[in-house]
Design a protein around this ligand. Structure first.
Ligand code: GDP
Ligand code: MG
Length: 672
């Protein structure tokens, strides 16, 4: 018998005559014709399948993140045979043996896949908190090289995932994950390990294997290990959505089993408790009758009753007896057993029979949970919608809407930049107030450099050139003025730098304000600002240089100069009729007058140039550049958000989508 046969049993539990009876098939008996059974089977299959499918659909939309879905949890003492039962049910070889083997809850999600798909498994668990994100790719529980048919699939957020294609690797992977989560010793951990098995040969079933209840701590275990484990088990079995599979070995005192007590505690009615008696091959001779009393519900009555199974013993595992063969061995065991033989006919023995009961129980359980589940999802969907409304609106989810949103966002940015550059900015520290302060400093500096030139050594007679005393050299005065004016160049460049910093700070403020949640837009805009400012600054420096070169020309038509000239000579002058000077003392006054004009020229010219190139032009270039982003943009990339609000919104939207999908699945289910 292959695993495929096993699973077909799980999937089609209805070949069993137990259900023939349930279905009021009065004629059902051992001798029932195959034809008849087939008919009943397909009828039942039809009535059960949709429930399993529904839960499957709900699980596939990820709804278990929001609500608990019906599942099966396995509890029992250490080495009672929990993993063995799960293994036989699922056809998936799990870590098994003596001592504490299951040290973390293991969720086994079996998924039947069709269409020529091969066996595939994905093991996942949450990363330990202290682990860095980067190490997840290398420091997996199993080194990538060791994965014969598998590979490290990927690791998102805090979840580690391993995908592999070889069933024999399950044990290795689970053990490695446990070692990582619970340490390689004997400790336990309540982090859930999820093993998703996709195969054409399994049934759609989710079961959780839990650590066994330990009575006495072994070396290395804390004194309260028993309580720790019980606490962990309780977390799972108290959920109303969980069917508790209680595993009790026949060779122990069944009535005093801790697991049974715990199950009764959380489910006094026994409506979701299924008991399994294991190791019937290991019982003390003479206790058979007592055990039969238990199976017949005479000692501790359970509404769902007991099933006896015989799994592979340690020796059979060591001998590598395949699961299929074990199933046959199990059947033979019961058939040849003097006391337990009848259990076969009573549908109280074998893994197959257990599979049938479990599936039926699960479906019953689903049926009773559905109305509540439906209500729960409705309510959650309503809540999540309200919460989403309260969330700061983000970009629409559809591409067209998102593009429109991007256009509007960029337009708003462009408007803000415009009003900043034209001085209409209302909020924050006003740009122009700061600029004016800088320009005032510049003006003050210019004024402080004014001089009478009267003490200039160059003008004294001893410093004269070849001219006869009394004659003057215009070059001398010119170079004197040129030198004095050239001193202004350094402060002019400093002014430019100061202004540049102020403008960048203000532009960056607008960027942060307009693109608060959009880091990509922010970075793009900031890069653009820096680039534009850099080019503009180069232009400006060039222009300042040119300006100072021009100043070397020493030229003016300013009437103020001519006014001074007239005062000195007491004659009226125009540019066409210049006087002839012969007295040095007049020159310094003329130079003073000229420098005054230079100062005035500089006081206006530089701020104007800076305003134009560093602010006006920059703003224009930036606006246009940003608006151009819309053309051929990767909208979702540009609107990528990473703030807390957007993360929350994203979560809520995902949740809403999950819940909507679940509700739709439920509606469809109820409707048909
Ligand atoms: P767990 O700790 O409850 O998960 O128990 P395991 O499934 O790991 O089983 C403990 C040991 O009991 C293993 O060596 C199994 O091979 C063995 N075992 C389980 N079921 C049976 C059974 O029905 N008969 C025999 N002889 N051994 C069994
Ligand atoms: Mg186990």
């Amino acid at each position: 018998m292959s695993t495929s046969d096993l699973s077909s049993l799980l999937l089609s539990p209805l070949r069993r005559n137990a259900y023939d009876d349930d279905e009021e098939d009065s004629d059902s008996s051992q001798d029932e014709s195959q034809q008849m059974k087939g008919a009943v089977h397909s009828y039942l299959e039809e009535s059960i399948r949709p429930y399993i499918d529904l839960i499957d659909t709900l699980r596939s939309v990820g709804i278990q993140k929001d609500v608990a879905l019906p599942t099966i949890a396995v509890i029992g003492d250490q080495s009672s045979g929990k993993s063995s039962v799960l293994e036989a049910l699922s056809g998936v070889a799990l870590p098994r043996g003596s001592g504490i083997v299951t040290r973390c809850p293991l969720e086994l999600r079996l998924k039947k896949v069709t269409g020529g798909v091969k066996w595939k498994a994905v093991l996942s668990y949450r990363k330990k908190r202290n682990e860095s994100v980067d190490s997840s790719f290398v420091a997996g529980p199993i080194k990538p090289s060791k994965l014969a048919n598998g590979k490290v699939a990927h690791s998102t957020n805090d979840v580690k995932k391993f995908e592999f294609g070889d069933p024999s690797l399950v044990e290795e992977h689970v053990t490695a994950a446990q070692n990582e989560l619970a340490g390689s010793g004997v400790g336990i951990c309540d982090e859930l390990i999820t093993l998703e098995v996709m195969s054409p040969d399994v049934c759609d079933l989710t079961v959780i294997d839990l650590p066994g209840i330990a009575r006495v701590p072994v070396k290395g275990q804390p004194q309260d290990i028993g309580n720790q484990i019980k606490h962990l088990i309780m977390k799972f079995i108290k959920k109303q959505e969980t069917i508790n599979l209680v595993v009790v070995p026949c060779n122990t005192d069944i009535a005093t089993t801790e697991a049974l007590k715990m199950a009764q505690e959380v489910d006094p009615e026994g409506g979701r408790t299924v008991a399994i008696l294991t190791k019937p091959d290991l019982i003390d001779r003479g206790t058979e009758k007592d055990i039969l009393d238990i199976v017949h519900n005479k000692v501790i009555p359970l509404s769902k009753g007991y099933t006896m199974v015989k799994c592979r013993g340690q020796q059979q595992i060591d001998e590598n007896i395949p699961l299929e063969e074990a199933t046959q061995i199990e059947r033979d065991f019961f058939q040849n057993h003097d006391h337990f033989r009848d259990l076969l006919n009573e549908d109280k023995a074998t893994i197959k029979c257990l599979a049938v009961k479990l599936t039926q129980n699960l479906v019953d359980h689903i049926k009773t949970s559905l109305p509540q589940l439906n209500q729960q999802i409705k309510k959650m969907l309503l809540d999540v919608k309200i919460e989403l409304k309260e969330c700061e609106p983000g970009p629409p989810e559809d591409l067209k809407g998102a593009k429109q949103f991007l256009v509007e966002t960029l337009k708003r940015f462009s408007d803000q930049i415009d009003s900043l550059s034209s001085g209409e900015q209302m909020s924050g520290e006003n740009l122009f107030v700061q600029l004016r302060a800088e320009f005032k400093k510049w003006n003050d500096h210019l004024n402080s450099t004014k001089t009478t030139f009267s003490n200039s050594k160059e003008l004294s007679q001893t410093n004269r050139g070849r001219e006869l005393p009394g004659f003057s050299n215009y070059r001398l005065f010119e170079s004197l003025l040129q030198k004095h004016v050239a001193n202004l160049k350094k402060p002019a460049v400093e002014l430019l730098n100061a202004i540049k910093d102020i403008i960048i700070a203000h532009l960056t403020d607008v960027v942060s304000q307009c693109f608060r949640n959009y880091s990509v837009l922010q970075k793009t805009a900031k890069d653009k600002i820096n680039n534009i400012q850099l080019t503009q600054q180069e232009k400006m420096e060039q222009m300042i240089s040119e300006q100072f070169e021009m100043e070397n020309l020493v030229y003016t038509q300013d009437p103020k100069y001519f006014k001074v000239l007239s005062e000195i000579t007491n004659e009226k002058f125009s540019e066409d009729q210049l006087p002839i000077f012969d007295k040095n003392c007049k020159y310094s006054k003329m130079m003073e007058a000229y420098y005054e004009i230079v100062v005035q020229r500089m006081a206006d010219q530089l701020p104007m140039m800076i305003l134009f190139f560093m602010l006006k032009q920059t703003a224009q270039l930036l606006s246009t550049d940003m608006l151009c982003l819309v053309d051929g943009a990767n909208v979702s990339e540009l609107l990528f958000e990473d703030s807390d609000v957007s993360r929350r919104r994203k979560e809520l939207r995902e949740r809403r989508d999950r819940l909507s999908a679940a509700q739709e699945a439920l509606n469809t289910f109820f409707f048909y």
